[in-house]
Design a protein around this ligand. Structure first.
Ligand SMILES: O=c1[nH]c(=O)c2[nH]c(=O)[nH]c2[nH]1
Length: 303
């Protein structure tokens, strides 16, 4: 059968390292970054697929070595800076590379307090929560950079409602003004290239603290809104969170949330003559709701 290669990309996935950064004034005062990197190349590799000609292939082993050498020899905080460093490296070094995708997933190691002050080099691994960046960079100069919080698991035991929804002959759900709300936060924000500049300006934005600031703001907004709002629905809450991030972060173009609604069902104890006033729940493993949205600023209407 006559076929043609319609698209391809390749590289190394799951490249892991932990980097220690020492304070030059006090080498026992340290920061750590544990990261998992994916780096995929595209470009003039077609004949490796279609003619078994390996001459164009930069081996995935070389891609892995590059990630580790650049992790050792360059500044890698924040992850957005390291993603830009990797992407530009491959395009600069190999003339047949036309595009690079880099994804970096950072573990959340947080210094913990000893005698009331954060210890210099002892950290807690805060659950499964990750900080993520995704960069797709093309030789033409185009790029798409996003950052994300993933698997930040939260639960509130009251302060959440759900009523007024569509009722049809398939409905069994009872309306409630008091329920448990729980989710694994997946929040992603896409950066506005017009505000950041070229891919080489990502390092400048990093120097200004933009990536760390917005990450911290997005995390605080998510957690504060989750706690303080009497949630009418997951939909309304996530829109509210995304709007606040867009209000605060002028370099962000869009904000997306993908939130599972992890159900906790009230256990019926009437058979034992016991009232269950939202005190004992069954954590239902599945199914879960899954609610997603992307929010952007409204375009200003021209007068
Ligand atoms: O916040 C919610 N949104 C829904 O769309 C939904 N659907 C449902 O059964 N429970 C909920 N809760």
């Amino acid at each position: 059968m006559a076929t043609t290669l319609s698209s391809s990309t390749y590289g190394k996935d799951n490249v892991k390292f932990l980097k220690v950064k020492k304070d030059p004034q006090n080498p026992k005062k340290q920061e750590v970054m544990e990261a998992t990197v994916t780096c995929l190349l595209e470009g003039g590799f077609d004949t490796s697929y279609t003619e078994a000609d390996n001459s164009s292939i930069v081996p995935t082993d070389t891609v892995k070595n590059t990630i580790l050498v650049l992790a050792k020899t360059t500044e890698i905080w924040p992850i957005e800076r390291f993603a830009a460093k990797l992407a530009t490296h491959f395009v600069e070094k190999y003339s047949h590379v036309s595009g690079v995708s880099v994804k970096i997933v950072q573990d959340r190691w947080v210094k913990y307090a000893v005698d009331g002050k954060p210890h210099d080099h002892s950290f807690i691994h805060e659950g499964g929560e990750k900080r993520i960046t995704d960069l797709y960079y093309k030789r033409s100069g185009d790029y798409k950079l996003s950052s994300a919080i993933k698997d930040l698991t939260v639960l509130k035991s009251t302060g959440s409602m759900f009523y007024g929804y569509n009722k049809c002959d398939f409905i069994t759900l009872q309306p409630t003004t008091d329920r448990i709300l729980s989710t694994d936060v997946d929040a992603t924000w896409v950066w506005d290239n017009k505000k950041i500049g070229t891919v080489y300006d990502i390092a400048k934005a990093a120097d200004k603290g933009i990536f760390d600031n917005v990450y911290n703001q997005a995390r605080v907004i998510t957690l504060t809104t989750f706690a303080l709002e009497n949630s009418p629905s997951v939909q309304a809450t996530m829109f509210n969170m995304a709007t606040q991030i867009l209000e605060k972060a002028c370099s962000v173009y869009s904000v997306s949330y993908a939130l599972p609604n992890k159900h906790y069902f009230l256990i019926d104890l009437k058979w034992k003559g016991l009232e269950n006033d939202n005190e004992l729940f069954y954590p239902s493993p599945h199914p879960n709701g899954l609610i997603k949205c992307t929010v952007v600023r409204k375009e200003k209407t021209k007068l």
